[in-house]
Design a binder for this molecule. Structure first.
Ligand code: NAD
Length: 387
């Protein structure tokens, strides 16, 4: 793990590693960071492997025109660490990883670049498994896959897991049920009111599941056609953009953007629960997590409630079965119930409780050191590398 040090060979000056790149890597707990450069194709990429205690590090590759290399490094470290927590809470045998390719997606894409990146991924022998992310489409990832088998989430492949949105939405629906049980003491959603912000892929399926439970829906979207669909299909009431925050509902389900729970929106909320599929819902994890507690609003941590997208691609790795994936997504109900109970017991925000939930699982598996594979020194099976 990052942070361990070995003796220095003679003739080299020893110094503090608490600053610079290693300081950052140590503070975030990463095992390995790989800088990838290929002059011919112009590839500049960074792969972050945060923690492989539970299994190989899985996470998508994003392409972004970062203002600086430091910004790219911080982003990949942050995102890969987030994947460790997400996989751990979801009960998956996966660690956390992520990759960033530096550059303007409109200018730098080429077959050579993606194949060069694929060779770097392959060189890691399965410690990192990649997938699509921001600005990387299925054609790009197919080119990566020409060089490595450590790629997943290619929905068009035979045996592919397909569109993850229905499974993600099922996980969110299960999480809303857990939150309603915990906060409002109700086993059924019948007659509840839920506001859905964003009725795109996840939001639309979520509305479908909720409508079957006779939930009264309030929706908004910047795309009027999507709003019309929700109104016609699910009997939803449409509201204009920011009116979604003050809607008179039991649950607010963000399914569009990040950072929407902030100083401006928290005072507007009438909902007693925030539980939705969007990533990075809190502008500031600590401050806004606490602000929701102060207002007695129960927050379902985003990376726990929306983990079924990851559950879906994990199932592709082990042999896709839609029923199994959906059942695992439904288990988000139980995970969130435990997280809520623990947060109450400790008097901490739910986001902190879910972090502890993940850390406990990783620590318990790390603790079985005696059973480590003596060849690979990994606690997960080297069979992963033969995928
Ligand atoms: P999407 O693009 O299909 O849907 C997002 C919707 O939000 C669109 O209809 C868009 O018009 C709308 N929108 C954008 N800005 C808005 C605004 N200001 N107000 C209201 N609506 C707005 O995306 P998606 O796949 O449904 O993902 C939604 C969120 O869930 C994202 O944060 C995504 O990262 C997260 N997520 C998705 C999955 C998945 O399986 N698709 C998995 C995990 C997390």
């Amino acid at each position: 793990m990052a942070g361990t040090s070995s003796g220095m060979s003679s003739g080299m000056s020893s110094g503090s590693h608490n600053s610079g790149i290693f300081g950052l890597v140590e503070s975030m707990g990463h095992e390995q960071v790989v800088f990838c450069h290929d002059k011919a194709s112009g590839l500049k990429a960074i792969i972050g492997i945060h923690d492989t205690t539970l299994g190989p590090a899985l996470g998508g590759t994003r392409m972004w025109d970062y203002a600086s290399d430091e910004d790219a490094l911080v982003d990949v470290l942050r995102l890969s660490r987030g994947m460790t927590y997400k996989a751990a809470c979801a009960g998956l045998n996966l660690g956390g990883g992520k990759a960033v390719i530096i550059g303007d997606a409109k200018k730098i894409k080429s077959e050579a670049l993606f194949r060069a990146f694929g060779r770097f991924v392959n060189s890691l022998g399965g410690r990192y498994i990649t997938a699509e992310d921001v600005n990387i489409n299925v054609n790009d990832i197919e080119q990566v896959a020409a060089e490595t088998r450590f790629v997943t989430g290619i929905s068009s492949r035979p045996g592919g897991s397909g569109d993850p949105s229905p499974v993600t939405a099922w996980g969110v629906y299960s999480g809303i049920r857990a939150a309603v049980k915990h906060r409002l003491g109700k086993d059924s959603l019948h007659g509840m009111r839920v506001a859905v912000q964003g009725v795109g892929a996840v939001g639309k399926y979520l509305c479908g599941y909720l409508a079957k439970d006779m939930v009264k829906l309030v929706v908004t979207d910047v795309d009027p056609a999507k709003v019309d669909y929700a109104v016609k299909e699910f009997g939803a009431t449409a509201v204009r953009d920011t009116d979604i925050y003050s809607a008179d509902v039991d649950v607010f389900a963000p399914c569009a953007l990040g950072a929407i729970i902030n100083d401006e929106t928290i005072p507007l909320l009438k909902a007693k629960i925030v539980a939705g599929g969007a990533n990075n819902q809190l502008l500031n994890e600590e401050r806004h997590g606490s602000a929701l507690v102060e207002r007695n609003i129960l927050y379902a941590p985003d990376y726990v409630i929306n983990a079924a997208g990851l559950i879906n691609v994990y199932n592709e790795l082990i042999g896709y079965n839609a029923e199994v994936a959906r059942k695992q997504a439904g288990n988000i109900y139980h995970t969130l119930s435990s997280v809520f109970a623990d947060a109450d017991k400790r008097g901490i925000p739910t986001g902190k409780a879910s972090d502890l939930f993940a850390e406990r699982r990783i620590a318990s598996v790390r603790g079985v050191a005696g059973l480590r594979n003596t060849v690979t020194n990994q606690s997960w099976s080297p069979e992963w590398a033969k995928l």
